[in-house]
Write a protein that binds this ligand. Sequence first.
Ligand code: ZN
Ligand code: ZN
Ligand code: ZN
Length: 255
Amino acid sequence: MEVIFLGTGTSHGIPVIGCDCPVCTSADPRNNRTRCSVYVRAEGADIIIDMTPEFRIQMLREKLSTADAVLITHTHADHLHGLDDIRPMTFNSPMPVYGSTKVVGIIRKRFDYIFNVTQMGGGKPHIQLNPVEGPFYIPTKDGGKLEVIPVPMLHGKLETFGYRIGDFAYLTDCSYIPKSSMHLLNGLKVLVLDALKYKDHPTHLTVEKALALAKKIGAERTYFTHMCHDIDHAKLLSELPAGIEPAYDGLRIII
Ligand SMILES: [Zn+2]
Ligand SMILES: [Zn+2]
Ligand SMILES: [Zn+2]
């Protein structure tokens, strides 16, 4: 299994428009963060988690051109608004998109033109929406099936899904993981976890909280994501214990 970090930045991306702070003007490419997403080459299926506004740029940068399914964590703009750019990947067959029942309902409303009948020739992606509330299976290329386990979390007051695929779990945009979800995170080889900034935030984990949670979950390796411009990559890397590190755009890990 391979995980490719398409983006590791918070909602406005790093650098932030108009900001001249040390991180936004840093020469370290690891401080350049597009919006948060991963591409997962799993057993028999390639999966993209979230469709950022930079989805097209991320796919071209990583020389990726296909996927078998898309998972959506929640409907905040930074995780969804690149959905239309899936279009070239749906010329031959519709792209299955999975999310909670609520998420699927919002996608149908926010991207209504995709699902309404319109004149021929209007370029629209072909998307098949699949509401899920518990573990589900994605059909694999060889006719088998791959299990995906949603991990219910809280992002402030909003309910979001993390996703577990095999020994990998992706938990972006969360401030709290309910006790009832913790058993879904046993025995992980790789965990990706929200770590927005050093200071407290109502809807995201801080570095300190993410570190405590990472230790509690106890994955073999943990990578932080959804980081804002308070976080300098090299500085945070030097502060973290072995086995826990900040991710960066383009990072590829083998599990
Ligand atoms: Zn976000
Ligand atoms: Zn800045
Ligand atoms: Zn969010």
